[in-house]
Design a protein around this ligand. Structure first.
Ligand code: COI
Length: 443
């Protein structure tokens, strides 16, 4: 017997198993919603430039997407996609899929995960594997548990209106992840091979990609130092893994309103020379207390400030944008510059790309302080503020509490708001309503 010219028995057995597995997956409930029909309707009226007018430029503005990527000389062997082994979950291991309407952020995980280990003494990266989701077993002295030697990425897979599944600018996440790895003393990897492994993982768990445009499959690539020694030094062993979680909106039950922010200059999330521009778990743990403090006072998120002049840096887990009439009477979209304090967000980068292409107002990356914001709010010159990130996409801001002042931001009052234009354009690309090079189809 011959299938595509391959005749080996193991090949035929594997094929049969894969087909069986797909059938089982389809029999378990689809991760879908009753609003499926509605979701397939294409929105009509939009006043902002159509997507074909956007220049499809190379995405290397901030990210040094190095090709080929330059690893440290002593990194050793890389893992490759061609080495990937796949161990599929048995029917008894497959989990029921949730209703896409009930999804909360990061509470449910799919049936499979990706893993690759790195051991310097064994020559570098070992062969990667996709396997049923399982708990990790690590030594209690593993560096990640003591010195937070950990970093991660946030990406999403979208089921488009044509049924195809797409990733959004995955090469940018890979570039950022490698830059976080370098700063953590962890091994770097070949971006293209890792994207292929992630795509295969998503493809295996494809029925978990929600059948709706109000949800997506969140992808969490993670790299941890697992060397079981207590010295504060680079970890000669590491684990790279990826898990998947179907998600709806990040803010449960708050889809249409704007977010309210506590801006308290006693707290900061990053500082010069630190790692605010890398996606490390250690950047997030210290924010949890402040977030709780904000919630206690009735605010949803924290507006992170830095320095004696109270510069705006980020909002919650997002980058921040301000659309205002500046002192010279010009419309200006401002976001803080990538000066080491700011995470180089993929959505941030994309909004800058889009708005620069639209060329409807000045777009700047510059320092902006609370004094400037406060003055502009009092003079009715702030038009909109919004946060941008993979998990939250684009979230309008409606109020900032800053040192006794309640600053009301009219983001939601503008019928043709910029935040919505940005959001809709990104969703159009992500859900395949328009063809765009940023949306990468998986097989
Ligand atoms: C993302 O937007 O992808 C994030 O990483 C936010 C996450 C920390 C919840």
């Amino acid at each position: 017997m011959s299938i595509h010219g391959k005749t080996t028995l193991p090949y035929i057995v594997r094929k049969i198993f894969e087909i069986q597995h797909k059938l089982y997956q389809q029999q378990s409930r689809l991760c879908s919603t009753g609003r499926l029909q509605e979701a397939f309707k294409v929105e009509e009226e939009q006043e902002f430039p159509k997507i074909n007018e956007i220049k499809q430029e190379a995405s290397s503005f901030y990210y040094p997407v190095q090709k080929p990527f330059k690893h440290d000389a002593d990194i050793g062997e890389q893992f490759t996609y061609s080495q990937l082994r796949v161990r599929l979950a048995g029917p008894h291991q497959l989990q029921p899929k949730p209703d896409a309407d009930d999804l909360q952020f990061g509470k449910i995980f799919t049936d499979h995960m990706f893993k690759a280990t790195y051991h310097k003494r064994l020559g570098g990266w070992q062969k990667p594997e996709i396997m049923p989701l399982e708990n990790l077993v690590i030594h209690p002295a593993a560096k990640v548990l003591h010195y937070a030697v950990e970093l991660f990425e946030g990406m999403k897979a979208f089921r488009g209106v044509d049924g195809k599944i797409r990733l959004f600018r995955p090469e940018l996440n890979m570039a950022r992840m490698n830059s976080s790895a370098q700063r953590s003393g962890l091994p770097t990897f070949e971006p293209e091979d890792f994207i292929q492994c992630i795509s295969r993982l998503v493809s295996i768990d494809q029925e978990w990609v929600p059948h709706t445009e109000s949800a997506s499959l969140y992808i969490r690539p993670t790299l941890i130092g697992i060397e079981p020694t207590l010295g504060v030094a680079s970890s000669d062993s590491a684990l790279l893994y990826t898990i998947l979680s179907p998600v709806g909106g990040y803010f449960a039950g708050k889809e249409t309103g704007g977010v309210s922010l506590l801006a308290d200059p006693r707290y900061t999330r990053s500082w010069p020379g630190g790692v605010g521009d890398r996606k490390m778990g250690s950047n997030y743990a210290p924010t949890i207390h402040v977030q709780k403090e904000a919630a206690k006072q009735g605010f949803q998120q924290v507006l992170w400030l830095y320095g004696e002049d109270h510069q705006l840096t980020e909002v919650g887990t997002m980058n921040v944008f301000i659309l205002m009439i500046n002192e010279h009477g010009e419309r200006e979209l401002i976001t803080p510059p990538l000066n080491g304090l700011i995470l180089p967000g993929v959505v941030r980068h994309s909004i800058l790309n889009l708005t620069r292409e639209w060329n409807q107002f000045k777009v700047t990356e510059r320092k902006i302080t609370m004094t400037e914001i406060k003055k502009a709010v009092y003079e009715n010159r702030v038009l909109e503020m919004f946060g941008a990130g993979t998990a939250c996409v684009v979230s309008p801001i409606e109020r900032i509490y800053y040192m006794g002042d309640n600053l009301l931001i009219p983001t939601l009052e503008n019928s043709n708001s910029l935040y919505k234009q940005c959001l809709n354009t990104l969703l159009d690309i992500q859900y395949g309503r328009v063809e765009h090079s940023w949306a990468v189809e998986i097989d």
